[in-house]
Structures are given as C-alpha cells and as structure tokens.
Design a binder for this molecule. Structure first.
Ligand code: GTP
Ligand code: MG
Length: 184
C-alpha cells in the first residue's frame, strides 16, 4: 500500500467501461463523504463522452476514510496488462456483459493473469459491466463460460464476481466495500 492508499489495477478489453466506472465510483465516494443521499441522476452524467484510454492512467478516490489509487491500463494495451500486477494490491477485471466475444476471450486472459508469478495472492474482482443493456448475458451464463469453479482453491478463494451498470449503479456499495477491504 502506498501513501496514496490501496493501489487497484483496472483492466479489461477496449470499451468495457473502465474509465466510466472509476469516475462514477469516485463521484459516488465523494457523495458518501458529504453524506448526500440520493443525488439527482444528472450527478452521474458527463458533459463529454469518455475517450478510449490510450496508455495507463491514474485516478485517486476516497471512500470514507479509505484512499484508493486506481491505475487503468487501456484495452488497447492488453499486451502489457500483466506488467501492472507487480505494483498493485488488488485487481479489478471488467468484462462487457453485452459482448459474448469479450466474455469468451476473458476466460484465457483471466487464467493467465491469475497464474502469473506477479499475481501471487492478489485479490481479483471480476466486474460484469453494462447490465442495463437488454441483450447482456446473465451472471450465471457468464459464470458457465468462465468456469471459475474449476480453478484451484488458492485462485478461486481470491476471486469475487459482481455485475453493475454505470447507468443504474447496481452493486456500487458492494464494489466499494471490496475496494476498501483492508489488505491481508
Ligand atoms: N450502456 C452502458 N454503457 C456503458 C456503461 N459503462 C460504460 N459505457 C459506455 O461504454 C463506452 C466505453 O466506456 P469507457 O469507460 O471509455 O471504456 P474503457 O474500458 O475505459 O475503454 P478503453 O479505455 O478504450 O480501454 C462509453 O461510451 C461508455 O459510455 C454501462 O454500464 N452501460
Ligand atoms: Mg478507458
């Protein structure tokens, strides 16, 4: 953990929703800090649509007393995602649940990352995004493709999976709880 708090690596294919989720979780965190409940929906709207992340970007956020520093590595830099494992405390892996191709590709990708020497005992949160889209796959369907239940207990025990939408904000509280869990 750095002086900036818990370091979280955020990865996933292009357009999975990494930048938007980080920004909206951060906004949500500052709302909690100000004890403002039920913000108007416009609170979550952006003036400009997000641009694809071409490199690696850092974002700082505060959730109650916990400081988080997110590092997003854009989907375009898939070949260097694993380099981010070295200097992080946790990993968020986003999958666009409306893209069957991304879901299928994610299985190998996840196995590789979980088995990487630098991943060791890192906790992973798999976040299925865009569940507001009608054609998106259900969590159980994605679970059947990823087959995480087949993993060795050491890997299985450090993985959590959740689903969300940056439009409707499902599970934001539990994602923030996971982010703020103290490091083992
Ligand atoms: N319907 C819907 N669209 C979303 C959601 N989250 C993000 N998007 C849209 O998906 C697009 C890509 O979002 P980004 O956050 O830029 O994706 P990214 O994963 O950071 O992509 P890269 O930086 O290119 O790797 C944007 O147009 C977002 O508005 C969601 O929950 N639901
Ligand atoms: Mg991005």
């Amino acid at each position: 953990m750095s002086k900036d708090g818990i370091e979280v690596l955020v990865i996933g294919y292009t357009g999975a929703g990494k930048t938007v989720l980080i920004q909206k979780l951060s906004d949500y965190g500052s709302k909690i800090a100000k004890k403002t409940r039920s913000p108007p929906d416009s609170f979550f709207d952006f003036e400009f649509p997000p641009q694809p992340t071409t490199g690696s970007e850092f974002f700082k956020a505060q959730f109650s007393k916990t400081k988080i520093r997110f590092r997003e590595i854009g989907g375009a830099l898939r070949s260097i995602w694993a380099t981010g494992l070295k200097n992080t405390n946790k990993v968020m892996f986003l999958i666009d649940s409306s893209s069957p191709q991304d879901v299928a590709d994610a299985q190998c990708e996840l196995l590789e990352l979980l088995g990487h020497p630098d991943s060791q005992s890192l906790p992973f949160l798999i976040v299925l995004t865009k569940i507001d889209i009608e054609s998106s796959l259900l969590l159980e369907e994605i679970n059947n493709v990823l087959r995480l239940d087949m993993l060795e207990p050491e890997m299985k025990n450090r993985i959590r999976m959740t689903e969300t939408s940056t439009k409707t904000h499902e599970n934001f509280d539990s994602i923030i709880d996971w982010l703020c869990l103290p490091l083992a």
